[in-house]
Design a protein around this ligand. Structure first.
Ligand SMILES: Nc1nc(=O)c2c([nH]1)NC[C@@H]1CN(c3ccc(C(=O)N[C@@H](CCC(=O)O)C(=O)O)cc3)C=[N+]21
Length: 296
């Protein structure tokens, strides 16, 4: 069998188009332009690329984009003051603090200082709790993008066995919550799971978010399963590097029914969902109806 490839890049372009339509309507009917603030601490080159892409795509969708670049040695109190300033800024509807933060800064303290209504990453503890208890929340972008692709490909997810490999707060745990809310039978597996291959082979939906290049191989995939590869790992050296996922695409695509590629899968959907969340946050802030299909 050769898997169907789920084109995240094309899907993301469609989502960004929907966001742009929603933004145009907000402007025309209410004179509101959503604004997204991205805060980048330090000069990690990979982070800089993401931040630039986010800024460009935000403006393409008709929203305002502001980027705050802070020195790697910035004091925690200075970062905190910037968050408070953005919380109180009427022009800003979404705040994203790029992770990871330098070790001298308490990341969860910073994330919990963001106004939950402007928390477009969905990392504030109140949004984490709201998602876990089935209340309206801001949902983390990467798992939201994965869920959109799964619903689009499979339709109703009810009763399917879903295995999420990885238990991070930013992907694994919220992904499991979303799948559970869509009536999947969910297993969260991780590096210490006994006989991981056998657990994975039980999955109709297999989400790989472990951060280990090409760890999920074809023998771990149930024939016909839908495989979502969240990993973005740069491998190789001497200037000859390439991106690979957490899934060994060559062997897994022989067995799976459908699979997301890296690059061009989950990554572009993450940014599209950031824009979607910014629009959603803006609508909720102004008590206006939310556009359909852009959130759960
Ligand atoms: N608070 C916070 N929120 C984030 O969402 C966040 C973060 N911090 N820190 C860094 C990671 C990384 N991240 C990516 C988003 C899109 C691509 C993406 O679009 N990747 C392209 C490839 C890009 C390339 O070629 O390098 C793809 O997969 O096709 C990658 C990585 C969001 N992150």
């Amino acid at each position: 069998m050769t898997a169907q490839i789920i084109d995240g890049k094309a899907f993301a372009a469609k989502v960004r188009g929907q966001v742009a339509d929603g933004v145009a309507r907000l402007k025309a009917d209410h004179g509101i332009t959503p604004g997204l603030a991205v805060v980048l601490v330090g000069e990690d080159p990979a982070s800089q690329v993401y931040v630039r892409n986010k800024g460009v795509q935000t403006e393409e969708a008709g929203m305002r984009s502001v980027t705050h670049r802070l020195d790697a040695g910035v004091e925690q109190i200075e970062l905190l003051n910037l968050i408070y300033q953005l919380n109180g800024d009427d022009e800003i509807n979404g705040i994203l603090v790029q992770l990871p933060l330098p070790a001298h800064i308490d990341a969860s303290f910073i994330l919990d200082a963001i106004d939950p209504q402007k928390d477009v990453d969905g990392f504030h503890m109140s949004n984490v709790g709201r998602l876990a208890t089935g209340q309206k929340a801001m949902v983390p972008c990467t798992p939201l993008g994965c869920l959109m692709m799964l619903r689009d490909h499979l339709g109703d997810l009810s009763g399917l066995n879903a295995v999420v490999v990885g238990r991070s707060n930013i992907v694994g745990k919220p992904m499991a919550q979303l799948l559970l809310a869509d009536n999947c039978t969910v297993t969260i597996a991780h590096s210490r799971t006994r006989d991981l291959a056998a657990v994975c082979r039980g999955a109709d939906i297999l989400v790989a978010a472990v951060g280990r290049p090409e760890m999920i191989t074809g023998d771990m995939v149930k024939p016909g399963a839908t495989v979502i590869d969240v990993g973005i790992n740069r491998v190789g050296r001497d200037g000859k590097t390439r991106l690979v996922g957490d899934v060994d695409f060559a062997s897994a695509s022989e067995v799976a029914g459908a699979i997301t590629p890296v690059p061009g899968g989950v990554g572009p959907m993450t940014i599209a969902c950031l824009l979607a969340n910014t629009l959603t946050a803006t609508c909720r802030w102004h008590n206006l109806p939310e556009p359909e299909g852009l959130t759960v």
